[in-house]
Design a protein around this ligand. Structure first.
Ligand code: SF4
Ligand code: SF4
Length: 193
């Protein structure tokens, strides 16, 4: 079986922090993290994550590769960019989460299917509609993986529906075909690397 080679921005990464920075396209700014915790406080997926993004970045600094790559945190990141907008250090948090997912898959460290399934469902909605669909995302997740928790969250969902903060059916963005062309091109480029 072939071992995936990560792209590198640095010559010879000597620890996990450098390895993650080197494997993240562009400027990750991971080394600029001041552990303020703003990212975790902004994250809509925070409750389901094993570690907050701040904790993940501390573990990376501590060279705790195994703990990071077996955490579900990167898989629950849905690239909403709330944390990026609020981060005082402009750390490119979702890009780092993508790097960690790529590493976990390549090294067969993350074997649980629940969080990757959440991530895939989110991607499916974005590819088909150009945006996330919270009602469908939550319903599919609970039906597949936590059916007993469905009733607990149904009350919250009902409240959001009645206040008009959540839709019952997905809506496509305008010119979703343009987005699909970009995504297809990105997949082609990824397959070529
Ligand atoms: S908000 Fe930015 S600086 Fe603060 S803990 Fe998160 S990544 Fe680090
Ligand atoms: S981009 Fe990811 S880590 Fe940041 S707030 Fe959104 S889900 Fe959380």
């Amino acid at each position: 079986m072939s071992v995936q080679q990560f792209p590198t921005n640095a010559e010879t990464p000597v620890n996990f922090l450098e390895k993650v920075i080197a494997a993240t396209p562009g400027e990750s700014r991971l080394e600029m993290c001041i552990q303020c915790g703003t990212c975790g406080g902004s994250c809509p997926s925070g409750e389901d994550m094993d570690h907050t993004p701040r904790q993940i970045f501390a573990l990376i600094r501590a060279d705790m590769e195994e703990e990071v790559l077996t955490s579900n945190t990167p898989w629950y990141c849905v690239s909403c960019y709330y944390c990026v907008i609020r981060c005082p250090q402009e750390v490119h948090i979702p890009d780092i989460m993508y790097t960690l997912k790529t590493m976990a898959v390549a090294e067969h460290r993350y074997l649980d299917s629940i969080a990757p399934d959440w991530s895939q469902t989110f991607v499916d909605y974005v590819e088909n509609y150009g945006r996330s669909f919270e009602f469908g995302l939550a319903t599919r997740h609970f039906l597949r993986h936590r059916p007993m928790g469905l009733m607990d969250t149904a009350q919250i969902g009902l409240g959001m529906l009645t206040k008009g903060r959540m839709d019952l059916s997905p809506h496509k963005i305008e010119q979703v075909g343009q987005l699909q062309k970009i995504l297809n091109r990105a997949k082609e480029l990824e397959a070529d690397t």
